[in-house]
Each structure stands twice: as structure tokens, then as C-alpha cells.
Write a protein that binds this ligand. Structure first.
Ligand SMILES: *Cc1c(COP(=O)(O)O)cnc(C)c1O
Length: 364
């Protein structure tokens, strides 16, 4: 079905947040605490396709207790941001990549595709409806959360025949405390995130549910994030619960774990690979073991390590607590390459660095 066949209905908000309350909420929103006034809903029924697209007031959605997603977790999502540009306009960063990944996630979870143009149109309409919800804080943006779930009331185990696609928006500041120069990560020994043949490459809520215990363990041990090793050999470094990893060496080379099917193909990861290659760096998508990581950090061969994703952008990893003890990386803060790649990416997203890749979609 073509997206053009679907028209959006605007449902006026009966009581938008008063300007003073909104402005107060936008001063220091943190991450994922504050929500805008609107949401998008589009329905899907097998045989009929997508219909009833609305942009309306953000409000609870009634669900039958037998709604399939509540029992079998057929749910996928995306995370993307709208950025305020220097000239006051607003832009999205690679929304086509989010739409494509969403449909790949849908394939893995036996869910229907949504036409890419419809996905992007939904996001654009929400940003337009919530244009007053951009935070004033430095580094702030409007985080957008498109998601789809099985909405059929049915307890048999099979792919649902009904789905809802929705988009909500959350004004956000920094993901990690702004005063921390780097994060400390805990290597999970007892838990893995994704096995070969599993759902690790899909952006599905269930992957996050499975990561919460090891993430809580990391916090309890005094670290910020958990890093997962591969499920087969428990040896190769894969990624954090929601961020990909890069390792940079004194000889100028860079390694990031390859997309073997157990790693989420980050759009930030992909963008940074391109930006670094353009700067003449050699990036290898290569398996990297926890033992090698410790040896390289200890010998000084590894000079920088950073995690990346839409929410936290580029975040240096300063300390790793592994099965055989902890080790520091470089100076423990942000290294030169980390800072340079971060500045270039953020500059493109915010329109202060020329976008030579066609990544930025201006919304006016
Ligand atoms: C979303 C996500 C990432 C980062 O992807 P981006 O497209 O860069 O935001 C990395 N790992 C996991 C598990 C994720 O869910």
C-alpha cells in the first residue's frame, strides 16, 4: 500500500500543557521523564493494511487484558531525535535508516512492514505538532519513539492479525550525568544478550527485558552500564544493553565488533564508521575478545574506547570491570578521536557542520 493513500486526521488537543509548565519541564528534562502533548496512532489489520492515522492528544490507550503483546511480547521500536538547527529550523537525522531498520525488526518478530514514507510522515507530523517541546538545555533534542505492538486480543500462539504503530516524543537533555567524563562498564559473566539465531539484531522490547538483570547488577557493583560477551564462547565483546562499542589503537586503527546477527546495527555506529573512514582512519569490523581488550588497555596499545547510540551519542568508556579484575582505558576520560568524531557527528546533526552524506532531513 502506498503511504499517499493514507491521510492523517488531526485531533485537536482539548487542554495542551500551559506554556509556563512546559517551559519549566524543558529546563532540565533528563532522559525519558518528560513527554510532549501529542502522539501518532496508526492501526493495522491483516487483509486491510494500515488505516486510521491520527495525530492527537497524548493519552492512555485502552487495552483488552488478552492483548497479545502483554503475553508474548510482539513489540518493536525505534529511537531517533529531532534537532533544533542553528537557523531555528528543525531536522531529523537519517530517518530513512530508522524506517528500514524498523521493518527488519518487524520481519524478525513476524510483524507487518510499515511503508517507509508512512513511518517518516508519522514522525514529521508529531514533530510539527510538538514543535514547542524542544528543550532549551545545551545538547538537548526531541527524542522520538516510534513503536509497534500486537494489539489483537488473542491468547493462541501465532503472529497477531492486528497491530498499532505509534509515535511519542520526549524532550531530552543528556543521557548520562553531564559531569561524568566517561562511563564505567561491567562485563556480565552470568548473562548474555543475544544468541546466534535469536533476536539480538532486532530492536525489540524483549531484548531489553532480558538485559535488565545484568544492567541492575552493573549498577549494584558501582558501574554505569553492562557489556555483553558473545553467547557461544563467552569471549568476544559484543555491545552494551543499548549502545555499540568502538576501540581505537595507538597505531591509528579502529575496531568495532562485526554485525554477526547478535549485535544491533546502530545507525550511530554506521555513521561513525563512515565519518572515520572519510578522515582516513582504518576501521575494521572484527571480533575482539575480552582478554585482548584487557591486554591492549594494560599495555597502552588501546588508547580510547567509546560507546555510541542515538540516546547518548558518543560516550567514552573509562573503566572496565571484567572477570579477571578491572582495567582503565587511556586517561580514563574522552580521548582525541572520541572527541573529534563526536563533534563531527553532533555538528552534522545540528547543522553546524556541512552534511555531505544527505543524512539530514530538514523539516522547515
Ligand atoms: C538502539 C540500539 C543501539 C544504538 O543504535 P542507534 O541507531 O545508534 O541509536 C545499540 N544497541 C542496541 C541494543 C540498541 O537497541
Amino acid at each position: 500500500m502506498s503511504a499517499a493513500a493514507i491521510t492523517f486526521t488531526d485531533i485537536p488537543h482539548p487542554a495542551p500543557t500551559p506554556a509556563d509548565a512546559r517551559e519549566a519541564a524543558l529546563v532540565d528534562p533528563g532522559f525519558g521523564n518528560v513527554f510532549s502533548d501529542h502522539m501518532v496512532i496508526i492501526d493495522y489489520t491483516e487483509g486491510r493494511g494500515w488505516y486510521d492515522a491520527t495525530v492527537g492528544p497524548r493519552q492512555p490507550i485502552p487495552l483488552d487484558p488478552a492483548t497479545s503483546v502483554l503475553h508474548y511480547a510482539q513489540e518493536i521500536f525505534e529511537g531517533m531525535k529531532a534537532y533544533r538547527q542553528a537557523d531555528g529550523s528543525v531536522a531529523l537525522f537519517r530517518p530513512d535508516a530508522n524506517a528500514q531498520r524498523f521493518n527488519k525488526s518487524a520481519d524478525r518478530m513476524a510483524m507487518p512492514h510499515i511503508p517507509e514514507e508512512l513511518f517518516i510522515e508519522a514522525v514529521k507530523r508529531l514533530v510539527a505538532a510538538d514543535k514547542d517541546w524542544f528543550p532549551a538545555v545545551e545538547g538537548g533534542s526531541l527524542y522520538l519513539r516510534p513503536f509497534m505492538f500486537a494489539s489483537e486480543a488473542f491468547l493462541g500462539v501465532r503472529p497477531a492479525k492486528q497491530y498499532k504503530f505509534m509515535v511519542i516524543a520526549s524532550p531530552v537533555g543528556n543521557y548520562f550525568k553531564a559531569d561524568s567524563p566517561s562511563v564505567s562498564i561491567w562485563v556480565s559473566r552470568d548473562y548474555t544478550r543475544a544468541a546466534p539465531g535469536g533476536t539480538g539484531a532486532a530492536k525489540a522490547g524483549g531484548n531489553y527485558a532480558a538485559s535488565l538483570v545484568p544492567q541492575a547488577e552493573a549498577i549494584a557493583k558501582g558501574h554505569d552500564q553492562v557489556v555483553f560477551l558473545d553467547a557461544v564462547e563467552k569471549k568476544y565483546v559484543e555491545e552494551l544493553g543499548g549502545m555499540n562499542l568502538f576501540f581505537s589503537f595507538e597505531d591509528g586503527s579502529v575496531i568495532t565488533p562485526p554485525l554477526t546477527g547478535t549485535i544491533l546495527p546502530g545507525i550511530t555506529r554506521n555513521s561513525l564508521i563512515e565519518l572515520a573512514r572519510e578522515d582516513g582512519l582504518t576501521i575494521r569490523e572484527e571480533l575482539y575478545s575480552i582478554d585482548q581488550w584487557r591486554d591492549d588497555a594494560t599495555s597502552g596499545k588501546l588508547v580510547e574506547c567509546f560507546a555510541c547510540g542515538t540516546a547518548a551519542v558518543v560516550t567514552p568508556v573509562g573503566h572496565v570491570e571484567g572477570p579477571e579484575g578491572g582495567f582503565d582505558i587511556g586517561s580514563g576520560g574522552s580521548g582525541q578521536l572520541t572527541a573529534k568524531l563526536r563533534a563531527k557527528l553532533v555538528g552534522i546533526q545540528r547543522g553546524t557542520v556541512t552534511d555531505t552524506h544527505g543524512w539530514v532531513m530538514k523539516l522547515g
